[in-house]
Design a binder for this molecule. Structure first.
Ligand SMILES: Cc1cc2nc3c(=O)[nH]c(=O)nc-3n(C[C@H](O)[C@H](O)[C@H](O)COP(=O)(O)O)c2cc1C
Length: 209
């Protein structure tokens, strides 16, 4: 089993989502033959999905000849995709940023969501995901928002978006684990500790299931 760990937090050892994701990975590693590849999305190594990448993608759509710069960029996109597609299990950790996902996670999504690689399209039946037979665990951390809090405290568009995206590319078994609230609370240290304990228990249950 090959795990692709995708870390979308900038905060290293301070990250609440990373800490729960690493705890979850330790539980997955209890099975034999598990390897872990780690993508740290803020390490600056991910290529931009820029004009050359869009040009190469549009050339594929229209059957036009891509320029040499577009072809070179597309090779870097394919490299990211191949790394992504080679995993059996995804363990993503992400903070909630402005009610959604951090931009680097969207960058990864734009890099790997390619026709013929991640999804197929049929004019009569629509889209079909191609990355089947895989599972995803997503650990979300949010400072203020938690499920059930008043709308005055924000929203969570990250959970439905990532759920929809994984299903779109064919990963139908998706578990969400929430660590929240991690920051704003009248009794911050106690609530944060409780949020982590609860999230680790949810991660344990998700792995066991
Ligand atoms: C740019 C930015 C935007 C944020 N937006 C939200 C938000 O919309 N809602 C919320 O509850 N917390 C928000 N937070 C707080 C983080 O979600 C929180 O600190 C979380 O624990 C960070 O995840 P991490 O501990 O894994 O790094 C934001 C933090 C930053 C830095």
């Amino acid at each position: 089993m090959k795990i692709l760990q995708i870390n979308a937090s900038t905060r290293g050892p301070e990250s609440q989502s990373l800490s729960v994701a690493e705890n979850l990975i330790e539980k997955l590693k209890a099975s034999s033959g598990v390897s872990v590849d780690t993508m740290d999305l803020f390490d600056g190594s991910m290529p931009a999905f820029d004009a050359n990448a869009v040009g190469a993608k549009m050339a594929l759509f229209t059957g036009a000849e891509a320029t040499s710069e577009q072809k070179a960029t597309w090779a870097t996109v394919e490299e990211v995709f191949n790394r992504f597609a080679s995993a059996d299990v995804y363990v993503v950790n992400t903070p909630l940023w402005n009610n959604g996902i951090p931009y680097v996670l969207k960058q990864l999504i734009d890099l790997v969501t390619q026709p013929g690689w991640a999804f197929g399209f049929d004019p009569e039946n629509g889209y079909s995901g191609l990355l089947t037979g895989k599972r995803a665990f997503i650990v979300h951390a949010s400072g203020v928002y938690y499920e059930g809090i008043s709308p005055n405290f924000g929203s969570d568009f990250a959970t439905p978006y990532l759920d929809d995206w994984f299903k779109f590319i064919g990963v139908t078994e998706v578990e969400h684990i929430h660590v929240a609230p991690t920051v704003v609370n009248a009794d911050y240290p106690t609530t944060k500790a409780k949020a982590i304990t609860k999230a680790e228990a949810a991660a344990g249950a998700a792995v066991a299931a």
